[in-house]
Every structure is written in structure tokens, then in C-alpha cells.
Design a protein around this ligand. Structure first.
Ligand code: ATP
Ligand code: MG
Length: 462
């Protein structure tokens, strides 16, 4: 077990531990990085915990930043071959109650490692390690990691009343690790769920997002079952109660949404977006989570007992925008998700002209994402007409690839005539320029060979 961690500790972290220890302090790597090593994963960052006080840490290292000095955190900048890596070094501390931010209201420092480990949320996150000394596991973290159990350190209700975000973290870790939440911990989540109302949208977003990107995003249902969604995504409640009496469907709306999230595959995303995999994967998974969010509000049942959801993509796009804004998402994400939801149901004939028009509506950048979305949606439906649906997506894709290969113009970006050309030909600046370019583009979408400056000017200029 020792080597699992020792061999992975980067030179920078090892050096920081050594310098602190040589100066007579205690020092360990701690928390997520220890957990990840024991799981055989490579940690993204390495946190260090020490008996040294912030001032003492700063005296030992030349390059430091006072990132969270009030809470005992000093960032040590380690430089190796010109590359600077930051390490958060935090003094052993006991946390008071958490405020609505990232940090506890007040902390007090302690000289006991055991106290510092006790303030941490779950047993699997409460282990420390130092080379030469080995693993410090005071709360049964190794066993819980082996058994795949998420268990609070200490009394769950008390821990969740200190910081309500921990309830979301419990569920998020269960989705990341495929772990079960221990019974009293789970009961406390259900009992204390309303406390999540006190937590900031930014902190909630981080946990929601980590769950959505995890290998088991279907565990989102635990957010609902515990009563947490009522506070951060009240729109979800209606989805749970909305059935879909329609041969294309076999799940209620909420189950369909989660199946669709699971159906977005990271490897498939990487094939189309090798350079931008994580951004697109996140966009696709968020889109699937919310793509049918307006179904409860648009449901009608016809005289044959078939359910319809007319207008749900348009209303859904609007609702997703509000939801993501409320969760303090950035504008790019909001725009992307809302745009994809707006178009998610589009069914157009599989011919070259229709594909050019769809490319123009949906946008060249978004078009491949549109395939991923329709495929994920299909996988979360009944198998009714599955072969036909797969065949159609395949054909659309081939048509799209041909359009790319032929470099057909589908937007003003590649239209042979620009606004400047129209002004050079005598048109006055003003809205008529845009209208004329629009007419030219319409023509070119119908007939790609018309993307010729001479032809277009002759045909469309008075
Ligand atoms: P991730 O892989 O998402 O970074 P992590 O466990 O490293 O997971 P961080 O938020 O980076 O999570 O926190 C580092 C460590 O700090 C955790 O492992 C845990 O020991 C402790 N911790 C973080 N947030 C809390 C919290 N809200 N309450 C108690 N302890 C926490
Ligand atoms: Mg971390």
C-alpha cells in the first residue's frame, strides 16, 4: 500500500514535505490525493497538511501566495525545469461552522493531525500519508474505500449541519466511485436536505457538475430521492411525475433524461472532438440532463391516448437558460446548452439541401454535437423504430461529411459576397445590406454552385 502512494508523489510535493519535516514540523499529503492513489488513479492535485503555522510555512519557502491565509492555507509555488506547480499547504485546523462560501466562518489551528482529519467530510477523504511514516487512517478510510462506502467522519447529522454541501458531495462521490452511501449517512442526507437552501449556487454547481461528468450520472436520482433537487432544481419534480404514453418511449421523463445523460459517451465525444473533448462532453451531458425539462409543462394526451409535448424544445431552451443562470453558469455554457436544446428534436429529410439548411440553422460548430444529442436521445427511448432512427442518423452524417468535403457554403462566413462588396457596388450602409446578403445565402443554400461573386452581384443588385 505504501508504494501506491510513494511512487506517485510528485517531486515538488515530496520536497515540500521534506523541508517542513527537516524544520521539525509534521507534514503529510492528505485528502483527495491519498484516496485517488489508493484507487490506483493519478491525483490532479496534491494537498499538504502540516503542524506549521502559516507564518512558519512562509519562512521556509521562497515563493508563496497567501491564498487562504485566514484559513491556514498558503500556496507554495514549486519550480522545476522552468515549470511552476502550486501546492496548497494548510495548517492543521479545526473548522467552525461553514458560511455560505467555500470556507468555514472561523477556524482554529491545532497541533494534532487527528483533529485535522476529523474535520474532513468522509472517511475516504480523511487519510494522510508521509514518506517514511506511511498511511495514517484513523477513521477506517481504507476499508470503506475497499468496500466502496461513503461514510461521514463522526455523526452525519452534525457534519451536515456544519456544512450542508457535504450532502451533495456524498452523492457526487458515490457517482464517481460507484460507491454506496452508508445507511446513517444516507438517512441524515434525507433528513437534512432542506439545509442545502443555505449553500451558494456556485458551490452547488461544482458538485452537480462533477456528478454529471462521472461514470454513473444516473445517481442524480439520489439528489431527488433525498429531497435536494426541490431546492436547486425544482423543475425536476414535474419530470418524475410525467409519464410518456407514446411508442417511442419506455421511461417517464426524469428516467429518460438520466438515461440520455448516461448515453453520452466520452470516447465517442473524443472521436469527433479530439482537441476539445472535455468542453464538449460537459456541454452534451448538461444538454441531455435538461433537454426535455419542459415536457411536464407541454404535455397533452390525444383521443387515442398518445402523449404529445408540442413546443417543448423551444420552451425547454428558455427554461434551461433560466436554470443555468440561477446556478451561475458562464454565458458560453448557457448559450450552448440552450441552443442545442432548442434544436434537439429537429427532423429533416436526409438530402443534401436539407442538410445544408440544417447546418445553417444549427451552426457548423454545433452540427456534430447535434448527432451526439439525437443519438443519446434515441438510446434513452424504447426500441420502437430503432433501426430506422439509426439509419437516418448515419445518412445525415454521411451527407454532412460530403457537404464538408465539397466545401459548400452554409453561412455568411463563406458567402462569396461580403457587405463591403455591396457598398463598393454602390449600396448605402444600412439594413438593406444584410437583407441582400440573406437573399444571396438563401439562393446558395438551394444551389451551391451559385456561390459566385459575379453571379450573385448580377442577380441581386438592382
Ligand atoms: P476532488 O477529486 O473533486 O478534488 P477532493 O476530495 O480532493 O475531491 P476537494 O474539494 O479538493 O475534494 O477537497 C480536498 C479535501 O478537503 C477533501 O478530500 C476533504 O478531506 C476536505 N474537504 C473538502 N471539502 C470539504 C467539506 N465541505 N467538508 C469537509 N471536508 C472537506
Ligand atoms: Mg481535490
Amino acid at each position: 500500500m505504501d508504494s501506491e502512494i510513494k511512487d506517485k508523489i510528485p517531486a515538488g510535493a515530496a520536497e515540500i514535505l521534506e523541508r517542513l519535516r527537516d524544520a521539525g514540523y509534521e507534514a503529510y499529503v492528505v485528502g483527495g490525493c491519498v484516496r485517488d492513489c489508493l484507487l490506483g488513479r493519478t491525483p490532479a492535485d496534491w494537498d499538504i497538511t502540516t503542524s506549521a503555522r502559516p507564518q512558519q510555512i512562509k519562512e521556509l519557502f521562497k515563493h508563496t501566495v497567501d491564498t487562504g491565509i485566514k484559513h491556514g492555507t498558503v500556496t507554495v509555488l514549486h519550480r522545476h525545469k522552468g515549470v511552476i506547480t502550486p501546492y496548497e499547504v494548510t495548517t492543521y485546523r479545526i473548522d467552525g461552522e461553514y458560511e455560505d462560501g467555500r470556507h468555514p466562518k472561523q477556524v482554529s489551528f491545532t497541533s494534532e493531525l487527528s483533529e485535522d482529519l476529523r474535520r474532513r467530510d468522509f472517511t475516504i477523504n480523511a487519510m494522510a500519508y508521509a514518506p517514511g511514516e506511511g498511511l495514517v487512517d484513523l477513521y477506517g478510510g481504507v476499508k470503506d474505500l475497499e468496500d466502496k462506502v461513503i461514510r461521514c467522519v463522526g455523526d452525519p447529522e452534525e457534519r451536515f449541519s456544519e456544512d450542508a454541501l457535504r450532502m451533495m458531495r456524498a452523492i457526487r462521490f458515490s457517482a464517481q466511485l460507484g460507491a454506496e452511501i452508508e445507511k446513517t449517512t444516507w438517512k441524515a442526507v434525507c433528513k437534512m436536505a432542506d439545509n442545502i437552501a443555505m449553500v451558494s449556487a456556485e458551490r452547488i454547481r461544482v458538485e452537480l457538475e462533477k456528478l454529471i461528468l462521472s461514470p454513473e450520472p444516473g445517481r442524480f436520482r439520489l439528489f431527488y430521492e433525498s429531497g435536494l433537487t426541490r431546492h436547486f432544481l425544482p423543475e425536476w419534480e414535474g419530470c418524475v411525475n410525467t409519464t410518456q404514453e407514446n411508442p417511442h418511449h419506455c421511461y417517464n421523463v426524469s428516467d429518460h433524461l438520466l438515461k440520455a445523460v448516461e448515453s453520452v459517451d466520452r470516447r465517442e465525444t473524443a472521436e469527433d472532438y479530439p482537441e476539445d473533448t472535455e468542453r464538449v462532453f460537459r456541454l452534451l451531458r448538461l444538454t441531455m440532463l435538461l433537454h426535455d425539462i419542459a415536457k411536464p409543462l407541454t404535455k397533452t394526451v390525444d383521443e387515442d391516448g398518445i402523449a404529445h409535448f408540442k413546443g417543448h424544445p423551444e420552451l425547454g431552451a428558455q427554461m434551461a437558460e433560466e436554470i443555468l443562470r440561477r446556478l451561475k453558469y458562464d454565458n458560453d455554457t448557457i448559450r450552448g446548452v440552450s441552443h442545442l436544446i432548442y434544436h434537439h428534436e429537429e427532423r429533416f429529410p436526409a438530402d443534401r439541401r436539407s442538410v445544408r439548411r440544417a447546418l445553417n440553422r444549427i451552426g457548423e460548430e454545433y452540427f456534430p454535437m447535434f448527432f451526439h444529442i439525437q443519438r443519446a436521445d434515441m438510446r434513452a427511448q424504447s426500441t420502437f423504430m430503432r433501426k430506422d432512427k439509426e439509419q437516418r442518423l448515419k445518412e445525415l452524417r454521411e451527407l454532412w461529411e460530403q457537404t464538408l468535403a465539397d466545401r459548400h457554403c452554409v453561412s455568411l462566413k463563406t458567402l462569396a459576397v461580403k457587405g463591403a462588396d455591396l457598398m463598393a457596388a454602390g449600396m448605402k450602409p444600412g439594413p438593406e445590406i444584410g437583407r441582400t446578403l440573406g437573399r444571396m445565402l438563401e439562393d446558395v443554400l438551394d444551389e451551391p454552385s451559385h456561390n459566385d461573386k459575379e453571379y450573385l452581384l448580377k442577380r441581386y443588385l438592382p
